[in-house]
Design a protein around this ligand. Structure first.
Ligand code: ADP
Ligand code: MG
Length: 139
């Protein structure tokens, strides 16, 4: 990936709440192209792996339990300046602090249940995309 792709998850609570299509609409309006997408569910071990960078933090165990609590949607997205522009589209980690009309302000319900994940760097976008999608699923 060369700065034009990012990776996202629609988190279990947003899936449970029926927000998949509204969130995909925001992503579309934001100018992102879908490269790969599917439903999956993480085991606790896989969630711990995915969020390993946060191991030891107070919220880590709860976060991993939450992220493995139900189906999620995983997404590979393409746009110029994808990582930064997607972080802008989703807003701050805490939905209460996220700017108006961002995905997290519209569809998040708490810091933990903040509707979506978005990669924080080109390097992590590639690592996270590879975590979920095989080569034959990426175009
Ligand atoms: P972001 O998802 O905005 O990159 P972080 O990487 O800091 O945020 O945290 C990863 C995820 O962990 C967040 O999206 C959120 O679900 C959860 N999280 C972060 N900080 C807290 C916190 N203080 N309390 C509960 N959950 C948190
Ligand atoms: Mg992060």
């Amino acid at each position: 990936m060369t700065g034009n792709r990012t990776f996202s998850i629609i988190k279990p609570k947003a899936v449970r709440s029926g927000y998949i299509i509204p969130i995909l609409s925001k992503i579309h309006e934001g100018g992102f192209k879908l490269i790969a997408m599917r439903f999956t569910q993480l085991t606790l071990n896989q969630a711990q792996d995915f969020y390993a960078v946060h191991k030891g933090k107070a919220f880590y165990e709860d976060l991993c339990e939450f992220m493995s609590s139900g189906p999620i949607i995983v997404l590979l997205l393409e746009k110029e300046n994808a990582v930064e522009d997607y972080r802008k589209l989703i807003g701050a980690t805490n939905p209460d602090e996220a700017s108006e009309n961002t995905v997290r302000s519209l569809y998040g319900s708490s810091v933990q249940e903040n509707a979506v994940h978005g990669s924080d760097s080109d390097e992590n976008a590639e690592i996270e995309g590879n975590f979920f999608f095989s080569a034959t699923e990426r175009f």
